[in-house]
Design a protein around this ligand. Sequence first.
Ligand SMILES: NC(=O)c1ccc[n+]([C@@H]2O[C@H](COP(=O)([O-])OP(=O)(O)OC[C@H]3O[C@@H](n4cnc5c(N)ncnc54)[C@H](O)[C@@H]3O)[C@@H](O)[C@H]2O)c1
Length: 335
Amino acid sequence: MIHARNFAGRVAHAELTALVDARKETVEESCRELGVKAGYQDYRQALADPRVHAVVVVVPTVLHKDIVIAAARAGKHVLCEKPMAMNPAECDEMIAACDKAGVKLQIGFMRRFDASFMAARGRIDAGEIGDVVLVKSLTHGPSVPQEWMYDIAASNGPLAEVNSHDIDTLRWFGGSEIVEVYAIGGNFRCPQARERYPDFYDSVAMVCRFADGRQGFIDGAAAVGYGYDARTEIVGTKGVMFVGRIEQDGVVACSTGAGIVRPFVPSWRNLFTEAYLGEDQAFVDCIRGGGEPKVRGWDGRMAVAVVNAGNRSIVERRPVTVETGEKSARERGAR
Ligand SMILES: NC(=O)c1ccc[n+]([C@@H]2O[C@H](COP(=O)([O-])OP(=O)(O)OC[C@H]3O[C@@H](n4cnc5c(N)ncnc54)[C@H](O)[C@@H]3O)[C@@H](O)[C@H]2O)c1
């Protein structure tokens, strides 16, 4: 609905034509809220609608592959939410289908459209902190995971759902591919999942080695309660840069008893509102302008490869090599 609300009025040169959800009530409520006439329960109906030129895929991750491939075959451009899919093989199939159909494939790493992250990247490119040595990124989510996430084999767990963004941030600021990871995980806050899902972790620490020797570190946590926390630190040969904020706004309250109170960012919805809009606008702009998306299938694929390696590392308690792949001819051509 974040994307839908953007496309319903805030994205230039786009018209929200149809909404799809398997749940009838969700379709009806969403269509009513946004004044959309075409609401479908089966995505194939939307793909058959000639007024639809592009789709945003925001269903649970296990469903991404089939829907993206079907959309490509129907000639629709695709913005697919992260994590792109469950494993690199699925991602390769999705990339191949979009390449074959000649449609755009953009992946939902919206931090690349966040003003602070973009400014940091620009200043690093300008040499302000010298060469990048280490990228540290953390994401802590406030809410208790939904039941489906407890089964790591079926969901890929918090590394996928929470930390995909950090993996992309490492690759983006590191400017190189992550080739090896060592991760440890543990369940510290979700006792209700311990017996049934012994592999579930709500906290993860992952060390990453880049192909060119640079270093990375990811700290992930679910069910932290206190708020949504997304921060990155980039250490260079001549300095350091910090990105991200934990205050919801500039309000500071001082009172007897409570002391100094500054509200924490409650959700990713609040922190990245403008980044989602920038992402949606960029998707439409690249369709209209004929360029390639800023975040591509390859970026999604490599993040998924790192997720899989991290989950294996947790189980096998050893460093794991990340599955490399080969960029498609199209991805090699226009970078
Ligand atoms: N970029 C981000 O910051 C961000 C934030 C949240 C979620 N996500 C990603 O978005 C995706 C969805 O996550 P969510 O939290 O919104 O999930 P969700 O379970 O809350 O919602 C998914 C929706 O898909 C519908 N659905 C399920 N199967 C369907 C089908 N076959 N056809 C049509 N609709 C179907 C459900 O009814 C539900 O309304 C995930 O891949 C998640 O990782 C990304």
